[in-house]
Design a protein around this ligand. Structure first.
Ligand code: NAD
Ligand code: 6OH
Length: 502
C-alpha cells in the first residue's frame, strides 16, 4: 500500500491505538478484544499503560493472518523490495526515535542515556544489518558424477519456514525482539511476536511502524499476554507456527521445548547465564575495573551477559575490589530523566524480592558485603520504584548458591585465584555457558583462556562489544543454536535442494 491510501490506513490504524492502550496488532491493524492487564513503570511503581491479553481465538487470528501473508504478497515479494522495506523500518525507527525512547523508558525505568545509546539504536541497526545480510548470502552448489557417466547439478534454494513465533524478555525489549524479528522477516517469514508482559510498549509501536512503511498486512503481528495458559503458551502450541525463537530464562526454555514437541517446531533459544570474568595480575587494572563495573551494573545488572562471578588473581585482588567498590558507590539511582541518573530500577517488585532474597542468602552463605546489600533511600516519585543497591561480595566459597544461580540484578561476587588453571576450572564449573570476559595484557593468554571457556562468547579486554555478523548464543543450559549474521539466516530459512540431471 502506498500514497494516499497508505496514509489513510495508517491514520485509521493509529486512531484505534489510544494512548497507553496497547492492543494486539494483527493483519496490519490494532484489533479490539482481550482481557486488560496493567503495565507498571518500574521507576515509580505506577501503572502507565493497559495491554490486552490475547486469548486462544486472538492467537489463532494472528496465525491465520501470518499464514495469508506468507502465501500472499509478502511471501511472493521480490527480495529487493523486501530488503528495501526492512531498511525502511530501520529508518522509521530512527525518525520516531523519541517515541521509542519514551516507550522503552516507561516500561523499564532505565536511564534515558542508556536507552538512547543502546536499546533504540540497536533496534534500528538490527533491521539494517539483516536487510544487508539477506542480500549477500550464498547458497551451496555441488556438481556430481552420475552412474551413467554423466553429471548432475545440485543447488540449494533458501526458503522461509513460514510462520515464526518470537517470544521476548523484558530486559532489553526492543533490542532483543528486533534481533529475531529482523532476520526472520528478511528470510521472508511472517512473525507473531509475544513481548514480555512487563514491556509491551515498543513492540506495539513497531506495529505502527510496519504499517507506515508498507509492510504487507499479516507479515508482522503482535500478541500480548503472559506465558503459561496465556498468549505465550497458545503461540508455542499452535500447529500453524513452524518455529519458535525465544530469549528468556532457562526454565521457560524447557517449558517451551516441551510444549513445542508435539508439533515438532524448530527452536532457537537464548537463555540464562551465570557468567564469569577473569582478571589476571598483568591486566590494565583501571581498564578492568571500569570495564567490569560497567559489565556488572549496566541496565541494573539485568543483562544476560553480565558477569556475576569475577575471579581475580590474588596479587591485585584488594586493589580490584577497592576500585569496583568506588565505582559501584558512585552510581546514582533515580528517575530515567533526572540529570545524572546512572542506575535504574529492576523490572518489578517481584523481581526486586528475588534479588533481595539473594542479597540475604549471600550473607547466610558467609559473604562479606563490600558495598550495597539493600534498598537505596530515594525521595519523590522514585520512592515508589523498584530500586536495589549495587552490591559486591567477597569471601563466598566458589560453590555457594549465590555463585551458581542467576540473580539478574546489580550484584557480583569477587573471588581470588592463584593460577590460570584454577581460574579456568572455576569459571567453567557452571551449568550455564553464555559469555566470559577475560582481562590480561598477555595476548597469548587471552587467546588460550578465551578458547578454554565453555561458553558461546568470550570477550578479551572488553565486554558486550557486538559485531552483529558473529555467532551469538549459549553453551550448556544457556541456549540452543546460534544467531547473528548468516547463523540467523540459517535458522530462519531452510535449504531446499534441487538436483538436475545434466
Ligand atoms: P522469562 O523466561 O520469564 O520470560 C520471557 C518471555 O517468555 C516472556 O515474554 C514471557 O511471557 C514468556 N513466557 C514465560 N513462560 C512461558 C511459557 N510457558 N510459554 C511461552 N512463553 C512463556 O524471562 P524474563 O524474566 O523476561 O527475562 C530474563 C531472563 O532472560 C534471564 O534469565 C536472562 O538471562 C534471559 N536472557 C537471555 C538472553 C540471551 O541472549 N541468552 C538475553 C536476554 C535475557
Ligand atoms: C542479554 O541480555 C543481551 C543479549 C544481547 C544480544 O542478544 C545481542 O544481540 O546483542
Amino acid at each position: 500500500m502506498t500514497g494516499e491510501a497508505g496514509a489513510a490506513a495508517v491514520a485509521e490504524r493509529a486512531s484505534l491505538q489510544k494512548p497507553h492502550a496497547l492492543r494486539n496488532f494483527i493483519d496490519g491493524r490494532f484489533v479490539d478484544g482481550g482481557k486488560p492487564f496493567e503495565v507498571y513503570d518500574p521507576a515509580t511503581g505506577k501503572v502507565h499503560a493497559t495491554a490486552y491479553e490475547a486469548d486462544r481465538a486472538i492467537v489463532d487470528q494472528a496465525v491465520q493472518a501470518a499464514r495469508r501473508a506468507v502465501e500472499g504478497e509478502w511471501g511472493r515479494m521480490p527480495l529487493a523490495k523486501r530488503r528495501a522495506l526492512l531498511a525502511g523500518v530501520a529508518e522509521r525507527i530512527e525518525e520516531r526515535f523519541d517515541e521509542f525512547l519514551e516507550a522503552e523508558i516507561a516500561d523499564t525505568g532505565k536511564p534515558r542515556e542508556l536507552a538512547g545509546h543502546l536499546d533504540i539504536p540497536r533496534g534500528a541497526a538490527n533491521f539494517r544489518v539483516f536487510a544487508d545480510a539477506i542480500s549477500n548470502v550464498s547458497t551451496e552448489t555441488f556438481e556430481m558424477d552420475t552412474p551413467d557417466g554423466g553429471k548432475a547439478l545440485n543447488y540449494a534454494v533458501r526458503k522461509p519456514l513460514g510462520v515464526v513465533g518470537v517470544i521476548s524478555p523484558w530486559n532489553l525489549p526492543l533490542l532483543l525482539m528486533t534481533w529475531k524479528v529482523a532476520p526472520a522477516m528478511a528470510c521472508g517469514n511472517a512473525v507473531i511476536v509475544k513481548p514480555s508482559e512487563e514491556t509491551p510498549s515498543t513492540t506495539t509501536l513497531l506495529g505502527e511502524v510496519m504499517a507506515e512503511v508498507g509492510i504487507p498486512d499479516g507479515a508482522f503481528n503482535v500478541i500480548h499476554g503472559f506465558g503459561p495458559n496465556s498468549a505465550g503458551e497458545f503461540l508455542v502450541a499452535h500447529p500453524g507456527v513452524r518455529a519458535i525463537t525465544f530469549t528468556g530464562e532457562t526454565r521457560t526454555g524447557s517449558a517451551i521445548m516441551k510444549a513445542a514437541a508435539p508439533t515438532v517446531k524448530a527452536l532457537s533459544f537464548e537463555l540464562g547465564g551465570k557468567n564469569a570474568a577473569i582478571v589476571f595480575a598483568d591486566a590494565d587494572l583501571d581498564a578492568a575495573v571500569t570495564g567490569l563495573a560497567r559489565a556488572a551494573f549496566l541496565n541494573t545488572g539485568q543483562v544476560c551477559l553480565a558477569p556475576e562471578r569475577i575471579y581475580v588473581e590474588r596479587p591485585i585482588f584488594d586493589h580490584f575490589v577497592a576500585g569496583m567498590k568506588a565505582t559501584a558507590e558512585a552510581l546514582k539511582p533515580g528517575l530515567p530523566n533526572d540529570h545524572g541518573t546512572t542506575l535504574g530500577p529492576v523490572i518489578s517488585e517481584q523481581h526486586r524480592q528475588k534479588v533481595l532474597g539473594y542479597y540475604q542468602l549471600a550473607v547466610e552463605e558467609g559473604a562479606t558485603v563490600v558495598t550495597g546489600g539493600g534498598v537505596p533511600k530515594l525521595e519523590g516519585a522514585a520512592a515508589g520504584g523498584y530500586f536495589v543497591e549495587p552490591t559486591i561480595w567477597t569471601g563466598l566459597p566458589h560453590d555457594a548458591r549465590v555463585c551458581r544461580e542467576e540473580i539478574f540484578g546489580p550484584a557480583c561476587a569477587i573471588i581470588p585465584f592463584d593460577n590460570e588453571e584454577d581460574a579456568i576450572r572455576m569459571a567453567n564449573d557452571s551449568d550455564y555457558g553464555l559469555a566470559s570476559s577475560i582481562w590480561t595484557t598477555n595476548l597469548s593468554r587471552g587467546h588460550r583462556v578465551g578458547r578454554a571457556m565453555e561458553v558461546g562468547i568470550s570477550w578479551v579486554n572488553c565486554w558486550f562489544l557486538r559485531d552483529l555478523r558473529t555467532p551469538f548464543g549459549g553453551a550448556k543450559m544457556s541456549g540452543v543454536g546460534r544467531e547473528g549474521g548468516e547463523h540467523s539466516l540459517n535458522f530462519y530459512s531452510e535449504p531446499s535442494n534441487i538436483c538436475i540431471k545434466l
